[in-house]
Design a protein around this ligand. Structure first.
Ligand code: HEM
Length: 952
């Protein structure tokens, strides 16, 4: 509240008016006048003090914030007419507040913008606290969470013990109390055990996916739950509505203007091919493949690239006479069914239900699935997640601290990944063979080789180079100062200093892994996400999320948000207070390094294991990703059909070839990578815009993908996205929104963007899509007696029924049946600079923070004893330099550190230096002029005006 009282005079008296860069004088004047006109609406809140502005955390699930203010004066205070005008829509309010958008969103009154930004951040923090309070459903331990008052603050669970027969069972304590120690706690382990030393199995390969929705809302097609039955009637099924029809009508790119596109295959690299797609002006193809690279680290439903091999789905839709001919889909497609871990009936128990009295609950979802890689952010896609995958990642025979890399051209020191050798015959995986699937033959060797293309080749090569560069730099330092304390300690003898020269090759390999994993997490948090969500509130939120503790005074606004929220939360009598307090605290000071400043040695000179682990926070629910997480990461529209290939030493403004992504699929990536070179691929993907996450924007090649030898039919991957969600029992889109505290939709027209800046053409396109949605999902005659949810209520407090606000017996859209992927792709009303939709974003708010909160290597074990001093500095300073490096100019009003991925590129593809000089965020198209304050304009920077990607 520091600035708020001071602000009143300037709000209502309109002092301190400044010009707003990037707007015309009349637009700026208009916004200023609006700010002054609506300023009076703020005064009452400011005079009343912060309690009036900061709301309590909801006591009951259906009383949640929903991101809506529902108070006209407050709406006008924070965002003027714009926020007030959008109040009736289902979409969150903060995105219409002052200064949360592009240049025109600023009010011209800096104090007012500051208040609006603080309010936006407080809104986001409330969403996170309520998500933590209401949306954690672990499939193994939920009964403990839900049945006792201290469930939400539990820290250990018997279900997270290693089972008898596990190779490390005895080492962690066997049948007695289990606690990891010794070598198991020094580094990230292969299978992810012992990240939490008191819960050895948490996050390790093969644990169950969790859920972010009430278990009762899962598998709505099974009709096990009364509300689900009321919600969907008998309209749902695995192939109902038809997934291939959904794909062809709602996902196919509009390519009527295509030139030599050939279903995404292009024309033998000719630049005369074009496969049009809707492009995001502020996000590039590097960003698309980055996120695929990340998902391969975080989760996989498959076991070594296979689903259920004993159960083939012989029909995947495209049913009905004439459908194939009319839409181009294929009734003959088939696929392995999804792997299911447990499909027996769940148990029941009496749960304490958020102050509403006891309630019957099921102990887990109707079926469960496993996450077959480690859930930790541990770069397991490079290093492996079990012994088989580890064998695929080849160490350098000459230096075991490094990975093997081979030069392709003479003089190349950093090299490229070796190619897989002979495949091991089934059942014999020893000796000189590689444990791979037949389809991976010819691919570059790495831990997770599935769905490989030039994008995966790029990132695996880049980060293996980075691993090796770290090792080289460490060894250089060790040569310069061999007797210096490395900072590293062995828990077997923690008082013993380990000098730089005493660090063994194996220790160095493991330190490099810790550093590479942390760099990746940092790139994702402060570089990728701030460009994915390109606006000021998210810039602040993500930076403080990562580095608050280390960089406290750089984020005073976030500190203020934390202080204000905490004051309110502490004052409330919330049974799950400890959790929401922890969440609020971290919103200010950040997560990385939480708890890492505490003395580690006890009086006897041993490590205090409670300190090793003490900074983590699981909120009463063991960490793993929820099933909803892969769903909102089904981002296939990001991928273009063709990549515009450029060369750094041959005028980067010229497109030399157009290479089909499908021509780089699997083993074909190797030759393409060697021929093009890592730097040129970075340049090409760095300059090209990625596909927007919207309906009718999926690449054709993925709708017609050959997956030999696994299948003898083609496969429609976007249709499979829909089928997999149904197999895994995701609720449908509208109930998902209610479950995660977002307002429901009541009709297909709610997908149409009501904001004033929508062009008539965009409006017409959206109306056309609404028509198709209605044709596919249909309507029904509603029954007001059927209550359809307990997760949300109508604004007047009544229960939501099948009529969704209409009269009994009227026709209602089957909006309840819309598949999640269809729903979030149909969301056109998005906050400024959001490449994803608000529904996806809300799942990220919860799970992206948990992924940091729960990992001791990002919290209490982020310290030299584990990373070495050299390693900690490398992560904090984005490289071997001892001081931080900054861009020469401010970026969007902030002093800007040279971004971590840019630094990785400068180190490992140094030929890109002249191009990277212009780049501040590696995921923003490299030749774009970023303009002012979060501009999304597609304009070339001064020396790239001849680039044909820009309007000439
Ligand atoms: C060349 C590019 C790509 C190819 C060939 C590809 C291929 C595939 C295929 C065949 C599947 C289906 C697996 C199954 O359920 O049987 C799949 C799943 C998936 N893809 Fe992609 N994909 C590509 C790019 C991407 C990108 C850019 C993302 C962005 C995050 C992505 C995210 C996912 C996710 C989240 C799944 C579900 C994984 C799971 O269920 O565990 N993919 N992809």
């Amino acid at each position: 509240m520091r600035h708020c009282h001071l602000a009143i005079a300037s709000l209502i008296g309109a002092t301190a008016i400044v010009s707003v860069a990037g707007t015309t004088p009349s637009q700026a004047q208009e916004r200023r006048m609006e700010a002054v006109r609506t300023g009076l609406s703020c005064a009452k809140f400011l005079i009343a003090g912060e309690e009036d502005v900061v709301r309590p955390v909801a006591a009951k699930r259906y009383m949640r914030f929903e991101g809506k203010l529902d108070d006209e004066a407050r709406e006008r205070c924070r965002g003027g007419e714009m926020t007030a005008a959008q109040a009736g829509t289902p979409w969150v309010d903060w995105s219409n507040y002052f200064a949360t958008g592009g240049p025109r969103s600023r009010s011209g009154l800096p104090v007012r913008d500051g208040i609006a930004l603080t309010s936006a951040l407080i809104d986001l923090e409330y969403q996170r606290m309520e998500l933590i309070k209401f949306n954690l459903f672990d499939n193994k331990t939920f009964e403990q969470y839900g049945s006792t008052p201290d469930g939400p603050v539990l820290k250990t669970w018997k279900e997270m013990r290693l089972p008898a027969g596990h190779p490390n069972f005895e080492q962690v304590g066997g049948n007695g109390a289990q606690r990891c120690n010794g070598d198991l706690i020094r580094h990230r382990t292969l299978t992810g055990i012992c990240n939490d030393i008191d819960n050895p199995a948490m996050g390790s390969s093969g644990q169950l996916f969790a859920r972010n929705v009430e278990f009762e809302s899962t598998y709505p097609d099974l009709r096990q739950n009364e509300l689900a039955k009321n919600r969907h009637g008998d309209r749902l099924g695995l192939l109902k509505p038809d997934p291939q029809v959904i794909s062809r009508r709602l996902f196919t790119r509009d390519q009527k203007d295509a030139r030599n596109c050939n279903q995404g295959h292009g024309a033998s690299d000719s630049v005369d091919a074009d496969c049009p797609y809707k492009k995001a002006p502020f996000f590039n193809v590097l960003a698309a493949f980055w996120i695929q690279f990340m998902t391969h680290d975080w989760f996989s439903h498959m076991e070594d690239a296979r689903n259920n091999q004993s159960q083939i789905m012989s029909s995947l839709g495209c049913a009905g006479p004439g459908t194939a001919a009319q839409l181009g889909c294929r009734p003959e497609d088939k696929m392995e069914a999804a792997l299911i871990a447990d499909s027996t009936a769940p148990g029941t128990f009496k749960a304490k239900d958020e102050g509403e009295g006891d309630r019957d609950r099921i102990t887990r979802s109707y079926k469960t699935t496993s996450n077959n890689v480690t859930a930790w952010w541990d770069a397991s896609q490079l290093y492996g997640h079990d012994e088989r995958s580890q064998r695929r990642a080849k160490r350098d025979p000459a230096d075991p601290a490094k990975f093997e890399m081979k030069p392709v051209r003479t003089g190349e020191t950093l090299g490229y990944l070796p190619v897989f050798g002979t495949m091991c015959p089934p059942g014999t995986e020893t000796g000189q063979c590689d444990p791979i699937r037949p389809e991976w033959a010819g691919q570059e060797a790495t831990g997770f080789p599935d769905n490989w293309s030039i994008g995966m080749s790029f990132y695996h090569n880049l980060f293996v180079r980075e691993h090796n560069t770290f090792v080289d730099e460490f060894r250089k330092k060790a040569r310069q100062a061999p007797n210096e304390d490395s900072g590293l300690r062995n828990p077997a003898n923690p008082r013993q200093v380990i000098t730089n020269s005493q660090v063994s090759s194996e220790e160095l390999f493991q330190i490099a892994r810790l550093v590479v994993s942390a760099e990746i997490a940092k790139i994702h948090t402060i570089e990728w996400t701030t460009q994915l969500l390109y606006n000021e509130p998210l810039y602040r939120a993500m930076n403080s999320n990562w580095s608050g503790l280390l960089d406290e005074d750089k984020h005073p606004l976030m500190m203020e948000v934390a202080e204000r929220v905490l004051k309110k939360v502490r004052a409330s009598d919330d049974p799950k207070k400890a959790n929401v307090i922890a969440s609020a605290i971290s919103s200010g000071p950040g997560i990385i390094g939480l708890g890492s400043k505490v003395e580690l040695l006890d009086e006897k000179g041993s490590w205090k294991l409670d300190v090793v682990n003490g900074g983590t926070q699981h909120f009463g629910s063991p960490f793993n990703f929820p099933e909803e997480f892969p769903t909102v990461y089904r981002l296939h529209p990001l991928v273009p059909d063709l990549i515009e290939f450029r060369q750094i030493d041959n005028d980067p403004n010229v497109i030399r070839k157009k290479i089909a992504v499908v021509d780089t699929f699997r083993g074909k990536a190797t030759g393409r990578m060697h021929e093009g070179g890592l730097g040129n691929w970075a340049l090409s993907m760095g300059r090209q815009r990625l596909g927007m996450l919207l309906l009718q924007n999926h690449p054709q090649f993925l709708q017609n993908l050959d997956l030999p030898p696994r299948l003898d039919t083609k496969i429609d991957v976007p249709a499979l996205d829909v089928i997999r969600d149904r197999e895994r029992g995701l609720p449908r889109f509208n109930e998902l929104r209610r479950q995660i505290g977002l307002r429901q939709l009541t009709k297909f027209e709610d997908f149409i963007d009501q904001r004033p800046n929508v062009t008539p053409q965009e409006r017409a396109d959206q109306e056309q899509l609404v028509k198709i949605l209605r044709e596919i999902y249909g309507q029904h005659t509603c029954d007001e007696k059927k209550i359809i949810t307990s997760a949300q209520r109508n604004p007047d407090g009544t229960e939501i029924n099948d009529c969704l606000g209409k009269k009994h017996g009227e026709m209602v859209d089957n909006i309840e049946d819309v598949d999640i992927v269809v729903g979030w792709l149909a969301e056109t009303t998005r906050p400024h600079g959001f490449a994803i939709s608000e529904t996806q974003f809300h799942l990220f708010i919860l799970n992206a923070s948990r992924r940091l909160f729960s990992d001791r290597f990002f919290t209490s074990s982020f310290r030299p004893e584990f990373y070495s001093t050299f390693g900690i500095n490398w992560v904090n300073n984005n490289g071997p330099n001892v001081e931080k490096m900054f861009e020469p100019r401010e970026v969007n009003g902030h002093q800007y550190e040279v971004a971590p991925l840019k630094r990785v590129l400068l180190r490992n593809t140094p030929e890109l230096e002249p191009e990277l000089r212009h780049v501040v965020n590696t995921f923003d198209p490299w030749a774009r002029d970023r303009g002012t304050y979060y501009s999304l304009d597609w304009k070339a920077r001064a020396d790239a005006k001849s680039d044909p990607a820009f309007p000439q």
